[in-house]
Structure formats: structure tokens, C-alpha cells
Design a protein around this ligand. Structure first.
Ligand code: ADP
Ligand code: ZN
Ligand code: ZN
Length: 721
């Protein structure tokens, strides 16, 4: 190769051609450093027939590449995936490539890092915090910051412990290999249904075939144990496995279970990694040494050289849809990656998305069902609680029948979970005198009161203010009232009704780090919690055998918006949270509080008839030509200047092409009309499945010129429509 086409890691640039200096060996996939103006940028060598639009440059005008990075090349299947993702989601290829290289830190991070571990020496001055830190940290090793978090002390206490000789520094190489999971470490005894399911999947792993599976098993059916067999099979075959989880909070329990089955923890990949950890993980993945990787959606684009299996757990979860940067759906890209890598993909869920079910109907995905819980535990009994006829007392949210059920549960020494998908104390605060409402200055959103931190917070941009004493408008004191409940308010009601019960609030605020999530799991498992009050964070993954009662405080909450996905989302959430009840030997009960007992989704939940729900929902989607029967794309125009955003959106609307099979709705203010100070307008493109909607939109937008302060972003298959 004397000439190389290089995709530079800069989203504003397309691929550029370079000269390969004599003596430098590059091939497609090589990670190189290339000059651009006065700068030196990282890029990846690409096949030169892949981006036909690149401006040809004469040989004599080519600049030479500067060097080749000391890292394995980006494999061909991943290069194809990057091209596909960029093309399908209308993103710059370099922005997708950035996810594969995990920005630069994977390449440039330090080769060693200093961690600390206990020496066994007890300091002379053993203060309370010091004793606590020693006890909690045990023989764990880590950075000062991490150990301080585990020990529940300040960094200063940790540094004091180092100085006193209780901890010592250890140099850790970021090239240290990860321990290898042992497929035979602990073999579970699978039920017949589980074995049959596992067998289909292991056969596909061994065959090294692309095969999408939908592992559709009721909550507690043991889906994890089943797909672990497929993981074991990939391990025996010497191939890598990627397991995608929807939230970091679920990682900790997953790591535990994985360790029990395979003897060691898998390699974790998420946004919380430090640079040195990121570098170590990336290198181990790219060299093929890391055999099992568990991660958030960003782990999907890493350069696995020998991928043998992809698992997407809780595959219906909305957090797999990325909503900033490259807008992609990790579930769909995972299937595409399986196709490129020729390996099976397992989508595991008790409530598969309508889109996923449809692929099964079309015969594209193989469905494997686990209709019963593992080990003979029964599905919980579901009880609908009509709030119109059985309302709670004034100013309360827990209806008398649910209060009785909690009484019984407490009397038996069992645990209860109350679910309300709203963080904080109250979703809205207003002034009783003048009606003033606290709104975020940057977003179209109310400020949510958080009593635990004594603040009002915007859940969209993070803006916080202290809770004021007086109304900012009419200055009356003691006139501010909270409206509606959040989990903190329900916890207050619980504390009033059951003063001796031990309550834990479980939300992304309280379980913000893996350590805190692990503590939470431990205290529930150990029986130190009687009543959990939580948001969607506690609806999935957790297995608490003594938890026998689930109360859904407001089943109608998600139905209010009225978007086409509202029913599906409600169904999934409530089935998932119900699935936390009665997972052990004791039977479970679920109370669903609702004001809409006649709504089809609520009826299906109460009768437990999932098939009926899917049938009605599929029919109404078909009728509306909504996904999976038609498709949507959103064009979102945003600007600091409200008039500018609106003008550009209107201009785009006026220039809409007359394409067969396509209709354009809007522009209208986007669902969040102002977000982080940017004014947003949305056009919704509705098209048939046959239409190449990306090409149409590309041509349409290419013909329009707007000022650079306005951003136009396309969201293909948006979650909200
Ligand atoms: P799901 O993910 O389908 O809700 P889990 O995989 O969490 O279900 O399994 C539920 C519980 O049953 C877990 O505690 C799990 O360890 C246990 N379990 C499932 N299958 C087996 C098995 N074959 N042997 C032992 N325990 C099992
Ligand atoms: Zn805001
Ligand atoms: Zn007021």
C-alpha cells in the first residue's frame, strides 16, 4: 500500500487520502496518526473502495502518514458495522468510529496506575472513620477515591491511613490480563425447559452462525442461567461474548451471579471507568484476551476480534436507545453486529418489544419460550385496585386495601416493594397564594422537589436550586405546596403508617454508584429492609426471595402522555415490577392502583393475559401504520434563538419532497420544547417500510442552507412518536 484512505477521528471530516511512507506497514483497520493542517490526528485506515465520494487527490499532493499506533487493527466486520450504522442512522462515520476507539483514552492512557491495598498494620490512632474504612474495605484494592467510597469516608481519611502505614501503594500495569472465566466452574442443574432452550442456543454458538434468538421467559424463569450456557459454549470455543445490560445499577448483581457460575468477574465496560481501567479493558478486548465483556450500550462498538455471542439482557428496555450523539438503538445494532460477525444474538426479555415480536412472526428471529418460573415458584397473584371506588384517604396515595396487604406482609416478616416511577418528593411545587410554579429556566419542565437533598431539581438538564422559604413572585412565606407524589413522599407516608418498618428508597439518586447499588442489594437480601420504595430502577433484574408484595402506586402515570408507545411501556414496566414478587418459595401478590380499570392494557395486566395485550397492541399499530408496520424519522431543529429555530423548521417543512409513501407532520414544538436552553422544533416523517427514508431525507436536507447556530438532527426510528 502506498496510498491509504483514512477515516479521521473528527466528526466534521469524511475520509481523507494519505501517502504511506516507505517502511511503514498498514492494512485496512490499522490505527494511524495522520497530519491535518498543523494538527496530528488519530484515524483508521479503510478500504479505498468504501467511501466513493472522497475527492480524489493527486499522488504528488498527498501528505504522508506519521505513524502506526501500537494497537490491534479494527477488524473488518466492525468496519462494516460502522459503515452500516453511519448510513442507517445518518451519522458521520467518524462519530461512530469514535465509539469503537472509546475516544482516545484507550490508545493514549498511561501504562501503569497506582492503587492501594491494606497492609494489615493497624494505625495507632484508630478513629471511628478509620476503623470503619478498614473494616469495609477489607482486602479490596483500588484508587484512594474508590476506597474512600467503599469505606464511606473522605479522601483525607484514606490518605491518613496510607500515611500511617495501614495501606500501601501498588503499581498496576494496564496491560495486566484479566483472569479467564471457567465454563465448568459451577455447572447448574437445568430444568428440562431450560436445557432445551440452552441447547438451541449452544448449537448456534458452535455452528458460528448468525442467528437472532428471542429468549422470552416469564420473570423468574431463569433466563440468565440459560444464556450462561451459551456463554460457556463460546468460552469453550475460545470466542468472546458481549453481554449488554440496560443500566449500570444492574451490573453489580450480574457480576455476582457471573462469578458464581464462572469463578471470576467478567470485564466491565461503562461510562464510570477511569482512564487507566478503560485502557486496560479496551486493550484486552481488542487483543481477544478479554473473553466475556459486560457493559452498557457503548460496549457494542468495541473491536472484539473473535466475537462468538452477543446477549442483550432486558432487551425491551428503552435505555438501549441512545438519545444524544449518534442516535442508535443498541438492540437493533446488536443484531446487525451478529450478522457481520456471523454469531448468534440472544435478546432476553419477559416482555419483548412489539417490534421484536414482529420479527419472530416474520420468521427472522427464533423464539424460545420459558413459560414457568424456575424451581416451582408460582407467578404472583395480580389484583387490580380501582382508585375511583376505593380511594386512599385525603392527602395519601396508598389505598386502604393495599395498606391492609402491607400490614399482613409486615406481620409475616416478609418484604414489600412500592413502585412509583417518579424521583424526588413532588413533581411540582406551587405557591398557594399567587399560583406561581417553579419551572426550569433552561427547559420546558417543572422543578422537582427533592427533600432528601433539600433542593428543587430539573430532571432534564440537572439545574438545581435550594428550596426557597418564600414565593419568588408574591414573597409570601410558608405558601409553597408540593403537588403530587414522588417516591420520597410515598416513603413519608410509609414512615407514618409503619413507623417501625425499615424503608429504603431506591432510585438513580440513591443508587448512583455500583457500590451503593451493591449495598442496597446486600441490605435487602440480609433482611435489613422491610419496605422498598422505588422507581423503574427496581423493576428488573433483582431477585429477592423474601419479597412477596408489590404495590404499583399509579399504573396510569405512563398512559397520560398518550403517545403510541404508552401502553406498551406501561405493560412492560408493570409486568417487570410484578415479577419481583414471590420469586422464592413464598407466594407473591401484586396490587395495581388505577383510575382506568377499563383501559385494555390495565385489563391485560390484571388478567395476566399477555397474548391479548400483544394482539390488541399489534392491531392498533398496524392500523396506525406505526412501527413495525411503518416507520418514523424525527427531524429536530434546535437553536438558542427561538425565532431562528422556528424559521429553519418551517423552511424544512416547506421544502419537504413529495415522496411516495411518505408524510410529514409538523413542524411543532418538540416533546421537550426547550432543553438545556435550546429551543427545539420537530418534524415527524412517517413512511412505509419500503421507502428508503434516509436517502429521501439526505437529499431534502442537503438542499437547504441555514445559519450555523442552528442544529438539525435526524433521529431514525425515534422512541417517541
Ligand atoms: P429471570 O432473569 O428469568 O427473571 P433469573 O435468571 O433471575 O430469572 O432466575 C431466577 C432465580 O432462579 C435466580 O435466583 C436463579 O439463580 C435461580 N435459578 C434459575 N435457574 C436455575 C437453575 N437451573 N439452578 C439453580 N438456580 C436457578
Ligand atoms: Zn432543565
Ligand atoms: Zn406566590
Amino acid at each position: 500500500m502506498t496510498r491509504a484512505r483514512v477515516l479521521i477521528l473528527n466528526a466534521a471530516l469524511g475520509p481523507l487520502d494519505y501517502r504511506v511512507p516507505q517502511g511503514m506497514a498498514v492494512e485496512p483497520g490499522s490505527i494511524v496518526v495522520a497530519p491535518l493542517g498543523p494538527r496530528q490526528l488519530v484515524g483508521v485506515v479503510w478500504e479505498d473502495d468504501r467511501f466513493p465520494d472522497v475527492e480524489p487527490v493527486g499522488d504528488n499532493r498527498l501528505r504522508p502518514l506519521l505513524s502506526v499506533m501500537d494497537a490491534p487493527p479494527i477488524p473488518a466486520p466492525l468496519r462494516r458495522l460502522i459503515e452500516w450504522t453511519a448510513d442507517y442512522y445518518m451519522a458521520p462515520p467518524a462519530a461512530v468510529l469514535r465509539m469503537a476507539l472509546a475516544s482516545h483514552s484507550a490508545l493514549e492512557g498511561a501504562r501503569t496506575t497506582i492503587e492501594y491495598r491494606a497492609t494489615g498494620h493497624v494505625p495507632d490512632r484508630l478513629t471511628g472513620p478509620r476503623a470503619q474504612a478498614l473494616e469495609r474495605i477489607g482486602d479490596r484494592q483500588g484508587l484512594i477515591r474508590e476506597l474512600a467510597a467503599i469505606g464511606g469516608v473522605s479522601d483525607a481519611v484514606m490518605r491518613g491511613l496510607v500515611k500511617s502505614g495501614a495501606f500501601e501503594a501498588v503499581e498496576v500495569s494496564t496491560d495486566t490480563p484479566f483472569p479467564e472465566p471457567d465454563p465448568d466452574y459451577h455447572l447448574p442443574a437445568l430444568s428440562d425447559a431450560q436445557s432445551a432452550a440452552a441447547q438451541q442456543m449452544t448449537a448456534a454458538v458452535t455452528a458460528r452462525d448468525f442467528r437472532p434468538f428471542v429468549l422470552d421467559g416469564v420473570t423468574g424463569s431463569g433466563k440468565t442461567e440459560v444464556y450462561f450456557e451459551a456463554v460457556a459454549c463460546a468460552l469453550r470455543d475460545g470466542r468472546q461474548t458481549l453481554v449488554l445490560l440496560p443500566e449500570i445499577a444492574l451490573t453489580e448483581p450480574f457480576l455476582d451471579r457471573f462469578t458464581r457460575r464462572f469463578g471470576v468477574v467478567p470485564v466491565a465496560w461503562h461510562s464510570g471507568l477511569r482512564q487507566s481501567e478503560r485502557r486496560r479493558a479496551w486493550r484486552a478486548i481488542a487483543s481477544g484476551q478479554a473473553k466475556v465483556v459486560v457493559g452498557a450500550r457503548s460496549a457494542l462498538f468495541l473491536p472484539y476480534p473473535q466475537l462468538g455471542l452477543i446477549v442483550v439482557d432486558e432487551a425491551h428496555e428503552t435505555s438501549f436507545k441512545q438519545e444524544d450523539g449518534v442516535h442508535y438503538h443498541a438492540r437493533d445494532v446488536a443484531v446487525m453486529r451478529g450478522l457481520m460477525e456471523k454469531c448468534p444474538v440472544i435478546l432476553a426479555s419477559a416482555t419483548p418489544a412489539i417490534e421484536t415480536r414482529h420479527q419472530v412472526e416474520l420468521g427472522r428471529y427464533t423464539e424460545i419460550r420459558l413459560p414457568a418460573r424456575y424451581g416451582g415458584s408460582e407467578m404472583p397473584e395480580i389484583i387490580g385496585l380501582n382508585l375511583l371506588t376505593h380511594p386512599p384517604e385525603r392527602g395519601r396515595w396508598i389505598a386502604p386495601l393495599l395498606v391492609d396487604a402491607i400490614d399482613e406482609t409486615m406481620a409475616k416478616g416478609e418484604q414489600a416493594l412500592l413502585f412509583l416511577n417518579r424521583r424526588g418528593y413532588a413533581p411540582l411545587t406551587l405557591c398557594r397564594h399567587c399560583g406561581y410554579r417553579f419551572q426550569c429556566p433552561n427547559c420546558t419542565a417543572w422543578m422537582v422537589e427533592h427533600r432528601l437533598t433539600r433542593r428543587l431539581a430539573c430532571h432534564h438538564c440537572g439545574h438545581v436550586i435550594p428550596v426557597p422559604k418564600a414565593c419568588p413572585d408574591c414573597k409570601s412565606e410558608d405558601a409553597l405546596v408540593p403537588c403530587g407524589p414522588g417516591v420520597e413522599r410515598i416513603a413519608d407516608e410509609v414512615a407514618m403508617l409503619w413507623p417501625t418498618a425499615r424503608t429504603a428508597i431506591a432510585t438513580s439518586d440513591t443508587l448512583s454508584s455500583p457500590v451503593r447499588a451493591a449495598d442496597f442489594v446486600k441490605s435487602v437480601e440480609g433482611g435489613a429492609v422491610d419496605i422498598i420504595v422505588g422507581t423503574q430502577l427496581v423493576t428488573k433484574g433483582y431477585h429477592f426471595p423474601n419479597l412477596t408484595l408489590v404495590g404499583v402506586i399509579d399504573a396510569d402515570l405512563g398512559l397520560e402522555g398518550g403517545d403510541l408507545r404508552a401502553s406498551e411501556r406501561t405493560f412492560q414496566q408493570i409486568v417487570q415490577v410484578s415479577g419481583r414478587a414471590g420469586r422464592g418459595v413464598k407466594p407473591g401478590r401484586v396490587f395495581i392502583q388505577t383510575r382506568m380499570p377499563e383501559a385494555p392494557v390495565i385489563k391485560a395486566l390484571i388478567s395476566g393475559d399477555a397474548e391479548a395485550f400483544y394482539a390488541t397492541e399489534t392491531a392498533s399499530r398496524r392500523h396506525a401504520h406505526a412501527p413495525p408496520f411503518g416507520r418514523f424519522a424525527a427531524i429536530i431543529v434546535s437553536s438558542d434563538d427561538p425565532a431562528e429555530a422556528q424559521d429553519v423548521a418551517k423552511l424544512i417543512g416547506r421544502s419537504a419532497p413529495d415522496a411516495e409513501g411518505m408524510r410529514v407532520y409538523g413542524p411543532a414544538p418538540a416533546p421537550l420544547a426547550v432543553l438545556r436552553g435550546r429551543h427545539r422544533h420537530r418534524l415527524l416523517v412517517h413512511a412505509t417500510r419500503q421507502l428508503d427514508v434516509q436517502s429521501v431525507i439526505r437529499e431534502w436536507l442537503d438542499a437547504i442552507v441555514w445559519k450555523s447556530g442552528t442544529r438539525v438532527m435526524v433521529d431514525i426510528d425515534p422512541y417517541n412518536f
